[in-house]
Design a protein around this ligand. Structure first.
Ligand code: AMP
Ligand code: GLY
Length: 420
């Protein structure tokens, strides 16, 4: 099978690494890829949000299967264009991508299928939004409706902060993404991520994980795209996962099918769990980054069979084979991230790191330049290890990270603190 993966972050490096372990994978191309991906696959420069350009690339390169990593091409309708061109695609339609691209859409779906989530209201007028907040009090959560690169959510601990967020969002801070705001009840509990493949009808769980959103140790500092993750997430016990499946995910998938926009791809349910009851925080229509890295380390080459079954409506015929293992990934980011940071600094010591089926350094924002690996993104490396216990994975991953010589980078030293 000739396979094209769209994307160029740590998520896509881990997908490529796992897919390549499957003997059914012949040629593997990743567009645009990065310096780490280039060590294991071909890379290609391609505008991955341009469906026609991707379709003609596939025709030129005899691609049999396209795996879409990030949300932007999904929200841009690239999978629809590729499917219309007769390609087999892992990734949801533009209509189904609204589960990530519009928070108001997701809330309406939850209402229609009675899925437990925070109470909410949505507004396009500043004064109406502010008076709703004044009436309900803080803490309260203000969200820009559309895609805002993970920055469109303000958990306001007081009314002034909530009012300021409303003024910023409806005042145009996020452009069209903030033309509408969703205001939600603040949910208490512990957060975890649940990943499920859906082929439109069948739902297949492919793992649980917990992310670390804040930049610094002790969950301090600004929100980021994620500074480290581990799988499985103990808080998503079998009983809680079963409740999430039957009360939230299956009703969502049934509602999407009923509306004529079946969901085919990976559903990433962000859940808030309190007293054994999960409630939906948000959906994403892609694998999490860095959560994907720990899932791929645990699943290995079988992921290709699972994604292909998902893309061809055969999910009922497959199921993942799990080992009794744990995986952890630690993100190394450029000093200053998630604010501004320097680009082009040199990273040394990567050659000496182990590369095995249970130890791998996935690249996120790297480029190969003049014989060196340089940092060209905010999140740059994902040091990932697997072990028989979470402690074992933790020990291995932190031993690896200490060998990396990159003075302009930083990482959290407490990944996994909730579970260890
Ligand atoms: P989202 O982009 O919707 O995942 O929101 C980003 C983060 O804000 C989540 O991961 C939660 O930590 C937090 N959050 C979002 N909505 C709520 C809520 N209703 N109650 C408490 N925390 C929330
Ligand atoms: N790590 C959070 C996300 O991928 O959205």
């Amino acid at each position: 099978m000739n396979i094209l993966i769209l994307g160029g972050g740590g998520r896509e490096h881990s997908l490529a690494w796992a897919v390549k372990q499957n003997p059914k994978c012949d040629r593997l191309i990743v567009a645009p890829g990065n310096a780490g991906i280039a060590q294991i696959a071909e890379t290609a420069a391609l505008n991955i949000e341009d469906g026609d350009a991707v379709a003609s690339f596939c025709a030129d390169n005899a691609i049999d299967f396209v795996i879409i990593g990030p949300e932007a091409p999904l929200a841009a309708g690239v999978s629809d264009v590729l499917r219309a061109a007769g390609l087999t695609v892992f990734g949801c339609s533009q209509a189904a991508a609204q589960l990530e691209s519009s928070k108001a859409f997701t809330k309406a779906i939850c209402d229609a299928c009675a899925a437990p989530t925070a109470k909410y209201a949505h507004f396009t007028e500043t004064e109406a939004a502010k008076s709703y907040v004044s009436k309900h009090g803080a803490p309260i959560v203000i969200k820009a409706d559309g895609l805002a690169a993970g920055k469109g959510v303000v958990v306001a601990m007081d009314i002034e902060t909530a009012h300021a967020a409303i003024e910023d969002m409806l005042g145009g801070q996020f452009g069209d993404a903030g033309a509408e705001v969703v205001i939600e009840e603040f949910m208490e509990g512990e957060e975890a991520s649940y990943f499920l493949l859906c082929d439109g009808e069948t739902v297949l769980p492919v793992g649980t994980a917990q992310d670390h959103k804040r930049a610094f140790d002790g969950d301090e500092g600004p929100n980021t795209g994620g500074m480290g993750a581990y799988s499985p997430a103990p808080v998503l016990s079998d009983a809680v996962a079963e409740k999430a499946l039957t009360e939230i995910i299956q009703p969502t998938v049934a509602e999407m099918a009923k509306r004529g926009t079946p969901f085919q791809g990976v559903l990433y349910a962000g859940l808030m769990i309190k007293d054994g009851q999960p409630r939906l925080v948000e959906y994403n229509v892609r694998f999490g980054d860095p959560e994907c890295q720990v899932l791929m380390m645990r699943l290995g080459g079988q992921i290709l069979d699972l994604l292909h079954a998902c893309a061809t409506g055969r999910l009922a015929e497959v199921s993942p084979k799990w080992a009794d293992d744990h995986a952890m990934t630690i993100v190394m980011a450029a000093d200053g991230y998630p604010g501004s940071y320097e680009k082009g600094t040199v990273i040394k010591g990567l050659e000496a790191l182990p590369e095995t089926s249970s130890e791998m350094t996935f690249h996120a924002g790297t480029t190969q330049a003049n014989g060196a690996i340089t940092a060209t993104g905010g999140r740059v490396l994902n040091i990932t290890a697997r072990g028989s216990s979470l402690k074992d994975a933790h020990t291995k991953a932190y031993a690896m990270i200490k060998q990396i010589d990159w003075p302009e980078g930083f990482y959290r030293t407490d990944i996994g603190h909730r579970a260890l």
